[in-house]
Ligand binder design. Structure first.
Ligand SMILES: NC(=O)c1ccc[n+]([C@@H]2O[C@H](COP(=O)([O-])OP(=O)(O)OC[C@H]3O[C@@H](n4cnc5c(N)ncnc54)[C@H](OP(=O)(O)O)[C@@H]3O)[C@@H](O)[C@H]2O)c1
Length: 329
């Protein structure tokens, strides 16, 4: 169900004191957008890069525990594998009666790592995009869409507080959709694994390798299969998939519509169903949390093994020749 900007009041947050715990990708954008709307924000951070950056941007910075004290809304924007432990150690003991707890993704809540008290409102406001986009769209006068879910309504005002929060960071301007924490969690994990990150990276590296194995120049294969993703993604984002098929050449449309289903066929459908099963059963999250608790050795090995040497080398060369910098999002 879509909630429009004009249907949401800022009343539930206007006079609130918000503790934004974490000043990374999401935390910085939430804190800046809230502050621009006149809302009192304290950033909760441990000493280090994030704390220094938040101070440099003029925020009051305190430890997560001190930031929580006196806050009406505590937004937990640390990595998902850290949320449960940080909350139990530092936030929960300092939480004011009647305060609301917010998250921007539901894994820690859904899989039980984040245990919240029964007398606290608990909501999810999950912007559909990285912090840089959340911030830049806000400053342009628009916003990015978000999913909102009510996990636990202790005060009877949780929905009003969650929607007011979504409005304050600019998301209702683009549109907010109500969902459940379970749905947001499962769909988000599946999307990033099977389509947006995992699926996309494998697709482009298979395309690159097929061309190189057939004797075509690596840099030409890279420019075609990797570098142009942004252009197609932008067409899909602006026009939808149907619009993309109309916008590309007739050759691309004919070839793509014939070959796409041959490349991603029945085996992909079955692999996606299996990925979804492992996410829904909690198997994926258990493996991820176990690795994170050991400092992430499996993730480090997976990162090191990802992509073939040929693609990595070509990527470095082409990107340096094109002067492409690292994108900080
Ligand atoms: N990234 C996205 O595009 C995106 C989109 C929607 C939702 N989300 C959700 O937003 C939440 C935050 O993700 P993020 O991407 O913003 O994370 P992030 O960029 O990795 O930022 C993490 C922040 O948490 C701090 N932190 C990490 N461990 C900590 C600890 N033990 N104690 C205190 N502070 C700690 C870091 O501070 P230091 O500098 O001190 O390490 C940093 O400020 C997650 O729930 C994520 O799923 C992310």
């Amino acid at each position: 169900m879509r909630v429009r900007d004009e249907d949401v009041s800022l009343e539930a947050i206007r006079a609130a004191h918000v503790a934004v715990i974490g000043f990374g990708n999401q935390g910085r954008a939430h804190a800046l957008n809230l502050r621009d709307g006149g809302i009192r924000v304290t950033v909760g951070a441990r000493e280090g890069r994030s704390a220094e950056r938040a101070r440099a941007e003029g925020f009051a910075v305190a430890t997560p525990a001190l930031a929580t004290r006196g806050a009406h809304i505590v937004m937990l924007l640390v990595p998902d594998e850290e949320i449960g432990g940080l909350f139990a150690r530092e936030v929960r003991p300092a939480l004011e009666r009647g305060a609301a707890i917010g998250v921007a993704h539901g894994s820690a809540l859904h899989f039980g790592a984040l245990e919240t008290p029964d007398d606290a409102d608990v909501f999810l406001v999950a912007p559909a995009g990285p912090g840089v986009a959340l911030r830049s769209r806000f400053t342009e006068g628009s916003g990015i869409p978000a999913l909102v879910a009510i996990h636990h309504d202790a005060t009877g005002s949780c929905r009003a507080r969650a929607l007011a929060y979504a409005k304050a960071i600019g998301c209702t301007r683009a549109g907010v959709f109500m969902t459940s924490v379970r749905e947001e969690t499962i769909v988000d994990l599946f999307g990033e694994q099977a389509v947006l990150c995992g699926g996309l990276a494998e697709l482009v590296s298979h395309g690159f390798q097929a061309l190189v194995d057939a004797g075509y120049a690596p840099e030409v294969a890279y420019l075609e299969c990797v570098h142009q993703i942004e252009l197609t993604a932008s067409l899909v984002s602006r026009l939808g998939i149907e619009g993309m098929w109309k916008a590309v050449s007739r050759t691309a449309a004919y070839g793509g519509l014939v070959t796409g289903p041959l490349v991603l066929g029945e085996a992909t459908r079955m692999a996606m169903a299996e990925a979804l099963r492992a996410i829904e059963s909690g198997e994926f999250y258990e493996a991820f949390a176990r690795d994170a608790a050991r400092g992430g050795p499996e993730l480090a090995a997976l990162r090191a093994d990802a992509l073939g040497e040929g693609l990595k080398r070509t990527e470095r060369e082409v990107r340096s020749q094109l002067g492409a910098g690292e994108k900080n999002d």
